[in-house]
Design a protein around this ligand. Structure first.
Ligand code: G3H
Ligand code: 13P
Ligand code: ZN
Length: 323
């Protein structure tokens, strides 16, 4: 057993308490490789923001679980070296089984998500409770989920989205003992959240559901998944340099700012980072077709990613200077 405290990591409890009290959200950024991790940590140190480093099951398979964990440990030292020891949480994103959550907890994760949102309610409660019982023995925080977001390829619509039922949240939180709750209010994963016809704008998030949830579990930390905004200038840059991303739109940043000021304490962003890296790499490839040193295209991608994260921290989440 490697306990996260030995690695210099923290769980999310105190970070959420402060975020709730002051009306901002902690950034939860996914990483799979070194450049993404460098960009996240540098952005957070430069803005003095706490951060949740997210690792998905797919990231663990892609990059190797041991390597990722040592990278997170390295991130703690890297932040100190850059001059400011921002609080860092290492979080399992979308854990799908007790065994996966347990394995992460035993290898240094300070926080896990158990995503039982696709299960019938009682099974979601049972599985989440089982993870909480194990996690809390090690002072690891747990995120559960109620309601189902539209899938990666699905447009957000009532056909694909099962909005969180506010009448279930109180029971779920008290029966499971979770530390935070992800809810479904109209966001979805991936870069294709909304397909707009000319003249249409993105439908607003269901703030009515969020408010109802807040009333039933006051002061309880809420999590928003699928919170990329799919910036049009980045999409245009990808297409300009040979990409093909058509008719895509994400969650407008003003809606995320409004969410961050409420009980939403954690906002998950992955796709926007993927887009920013891709745009920067495509630009280098298009402008310098003779370039073949990975540092010459991953370096600019890392810089673009850092700027994107700083923008999110300062202008969307409000977590700058909260470390
Ligand atoms: O919500 C999912 C995250 O964006 C991680 O995606 O499973 O492709 O690593 P992934
Ligand atoms: P995006 O695909 O909108 O970036 O969402 C990421 C996410 O929710 C990770 O859990
Ligand atoms: Zn997610």
């Amino acid at each position: 057993m490697i306990h996260y405290k030995e690695l210099g990591l923290v769980n999310s409890r105190e970070l959420f308490r402060k975020a709730m009290a002051s009306g901002y959200a902690i950034p939860a950024f996914n990483f799979n490789n070194m450049e993404q991790l460098q960009a996240i940590i540098t952005a957070c140190v430069e803005t003095k923001s706490p951060v949740i480093l997210q690792v998905s099951k797919g990231a663990r398979q892609y990059a190797n679980q041991t390597l990722l964990r040592y990278m997170a440990q390295g991130a703690v030292e890297f932040a100190k070296e850059l001059g400011f020891a921002v609080p860092i949480v290492l979080h399992l994103d979308h854990g799908d089984s007790f065994e996966l959550c347990k394995s992460c907890i035993e290898t240094g994760f300070s926080s896990v998500m158990i995503d039982g949102s696709h299960l019938p309610y009682d099974e979601n409660v049972k599985l989440t409770r089982q993870v909480v019982e194990f996690a809390h023995q090690h002072d690891v925080t747990v995120e559960g989920e109620l309601g189902v977001l539209a899938g990666i390829e699905d447009e957000v619509s009532s056909e694909h989205t099962h909005y969180t039922k506010p009448e279930e949240v109180e029971d779920f939180v008290s029966k499971t003992g979770v530390d935070s709750l992800a809810i479904s209010i109209g966001t979805s994963h991936g870069a294709y959240k909304f397909k707009l016809k000319p003249g249409e704008s993105v439908p607003p998030l269901r703030f009515d559901i969020l408010e109802e949830v807040e009333k039933r579990i006051p002061g309880f930390p809420i999590v928003l998944h699928g919170a990329s905004s799919v910036p049009q200038d980045i999409v245009d840059m990808i297409n300009k340099y040979g990409g093909k991303l058509e008719n895509t739109a994400g969650v407008p940043e003003d809606q995320l700012r409004r969410a961050a000021a409420s009980a939403v304490c954690k906002i998950n962003i992955d796709s926007d980072g993927r887009l920013a890296m891709t745009a920067a790499i495509r630009k280098v490839f298009a402008e310098k077709p003779d370039e073949f040193d990975p540092r010459k295209y991953l370096g600019p991608a890392r810089e673009a990613l850092k700027e994107l994260y700083k923008h999110k921290i300062v202008h969307v989440l409000g977590s700058a200077n909260k470390a």
